[in-house]
Design a binder for this molecule. Sequence first.
Ligand SMILES: Nc1ncnc2c1ncn2[C@@H]1O[C@H](COP(=O)(O)OP(=O)(O)OP(=O)(O)O)[C@@H](O)[C@H]1O
Ligand SMILES: [Mg+2]
Length: 306
Amino acid sequence: MIETHGLTKHFNGNHAVEDLDLQVKQGEIFAFLGPNGAGKTTTVRMLACLIAPTRGEARVAGYTVGGESDAIRAHIGILTESPGLYEKLSARQNLDFFARLYGLSNSARDDAVKKHLEMLGLWERRDEAVGGFSKGMKQKLAIARALLHDPKVVFLDEPTSALDPEAAKIVRDFIAELKSEGHTIFLCTHNLDEADRLADRIGVMKQRLIQVDTPENLRRKLYGRRVVVRTRAVNDALIAALKTLAFVKSVEREDSRVSIALDDPDAMTPAVVRALVQAGAEIQSVGEEKHSLEEVYLNLVGNHQT
Ligand SMILES: Nc1ncnc2c1ncn2[C@@H]1O[C@H](COP(=O)(O)OP(=O)(O)OP(=O)(O)O)[C@@H](O)[C@H]1O
Ligand SMILES: [Mg+2]
């Protein structure tokens, strides 16, 4: 649904996006992470045909950026960093206006406007001027606007940044629902937990694409896989017992926890547990260690030289 080759944007010598090669499949949620100024919004703006690339190629929804920009605009929805709504118009009038621009028929327009206002919890406030809306309400309205014409690809640039926890959850659930309907979602976010929960794959960007993979694979590439065993007491005999197992790659001891590096925890954990029990361990819990996406992200961005 999205494919780029060497996509690049320079602003007067400022290399905002450099040689981006990316593929996003239909029905995928792709989260785009990176520090402020990394080029995320610039990438979205190129893919949505709002600005022209300096060089490189991109296809979105089967159409070429540049040559077929009108077709792309008809098949995508975009939530930009600033909502860009008409403050004097009501919520309903705003959506109705944009639905007309998208060319929806009268009845389709009324249905789409009602459906989206209800879904995002704004139906009660539909006739109030948007100028009096809170930041989060405007954000929700802008999300509704991006979806009115049932686009194949949805670009969401920090959709939950202005929202309270409850509203953010509504929007996240909504994004998951869009995916289940087959929409492709390109999500820029600074909320790593959100990316971890929603995304099929994550791209980490800092002018160039640093890494792209599933959240699990990003963790494994950086940290390998480790099983953590908590026992009533850790002693040298337990550590020695673990080290006799040929497939144990390393053992780290920390208070009443032992962390064991394994290539294949699913296959190897039973033998580890047996060895520990035979050595007299009183095991309280066994589980795979899970690094937070924040650790992964900071490691990738921190170690990257541009
Ligand atoms: N219209 C513009 N004119 C000049 N420079 C620009 C323009 N738009 C973006 N830039 C520059 O391009 C770089 C990337 O900006 P961009 O907005 O894409 O970053 P971002 O990853 O979206 O950051 P953030 O997380 O803060 O939203 C920045 O150095 C920015 O100053
Ligand atoms: Mg941005």
